[in-house]
Design a protein around this ligand. Sequence first.
Ligand code: ADP
Length: 155
Amino acid sequence: MRRAIFPGSFDPLTLGHYDIIQRGITLFDELIIAIGINTDKKYMFTLEERRKFIEEAFKDEPKIKVATYEGLTVDFCKKMSANFILRGLRNPGDFEFEKAIAHTNRKLSEIETVFLLTSSGKSYISSSIVRDVIRNGGDFSGLVPATVTFSGKRK
Ligand code: ADP
């Protein structure tokens, strides 16, 4: 069984993530979308909201599971018996950052990181840009799957 983890904050899920997940699933038997919990980080969307956006977006895809985790990604991989980490690359900044993490993860474990290059037309999309658009009252619907909604009750 080829099982991979796609870790991230998903605050919120974007069309960039969606694209990597749709393409990544063709490479594995199972893909676990793992929402990392970092107690030092402030999120715009609650864990429950972030989880619901993902579950609803992929409800018809049996190969995709959603989970949350704290601590090292490699420890979570071992716990879930996953041998691969899937990550997306948008630009040279992502490459440098991801390279250091992938090398560290290889030092700590046997787990391989598999990278997919962003699809053309999606490379500019990030959760932080989506959050900026939301904060400033803009139309974010072209940047996220339809399952991502905002009640407008928070700043
Ligand atoms: P993190 O906080 O770990 O960076 P994110 O939720 O921002 O979590 O991203 C999770 C993964 O999705 C990362 O591998 C990131 O590079 C990838 N990703 C995010 N946006 C895009 C995009 N537009 N195209 C390709 N990959 C993307």
